[in-house]
Design a binder for this molecule. Sequence first.
Ligand code: HEC
Length: 288
Amino acid sequence: MGIRMKSILVMGIIGLIAIVAIGVTSYKLSIDNAMKENQVKTHIILNYAMSTMDYMKKVQKPLVSQLIESDRFYPELQSGFVSARGTFELFQKAYPCYTFRQATLDPLNPYNKADQQEVALIQKFKANKGLKSEEGIMTRNGEEVYYFAQPVSVDNEGCLRCHGDPVDAPKDQVEIYGETDGYNWKMNDTVAAFVIYIPTAAAIKDAQTLSGTLVAIAAIGMLLTLLGIWIFLNTSVVSPIVHLAERTEHFSLGENLDDPIATKSSGEIGVLANAIERLRISLVKLLK
Ligand code: HEC
């Protein structure tokens, strides 16, 4: 095997290993990165939803209760949960892939009824009161999603006015939601979980595109390098050696002995050419 082929083979194998390493590492890193991004997004969205709820509770609710009759209850004006759900419905029109759930074991509004996976989450929070949040990847409705969940507990007696005995609940609420579900909650009980879901497919696709692009760039770079090496070896090493070999062969047969070997090369090839030239001169002298 020639010097060109050997060099290309060695460089090609090293390059291929490097490309595979680049592909695997960049894919892993960009998946990790995408998951971190999902994590940050879920935290931001949940915190924002809870802030809209807090604003309703702390600022709007007291003002609204001064304006309306004391025995009336308008959920849209006085319930942070209704306001957060409504705000998110509007947000979802712009970002349909995000989901916010006020998943509840026994809700007033059937829309908030926890599904099987959410029930498992709430049970986990119930069993471990110290657990402040849960997050990770799960499959939901056949789709892989990143989720971030926080428990909701009955943390003050005020909750029980509307979620305790239905007899104490505002009559407007009973009229809207009925008196069977969403009542008889107990103080300090974990009744629900706020959960944000984001599908991971987009992030995974981005990661694949990124590592695919990196691999393609590396492959093109390697091919160009190999081509460069081939051309360099051809012009600077192989052709001069073949030429010198032919000349030496001719000298050995006594041919072209008057034709000196001229070289511009200053490297090893030049040294070899000069040595053969001295050999030619000695040969000519000897023959004379
Ligand atoms: C003035 C009445 C009222 C009070 C007080 C109240 N809620 Fe509610 N809550 C509601 C109504 C009405 C809904 C229905 C929301 C909807 O339609 O999405 C609701 C919904 C919820 C939900 C979603 C599940 C469901 O029932 O549909 C949770 C969880 C919840 N409330 C927890 C609490 C907690 C915890 C407190 C105390 C910090 C509290 N609520 C205080 C009236 C109230």
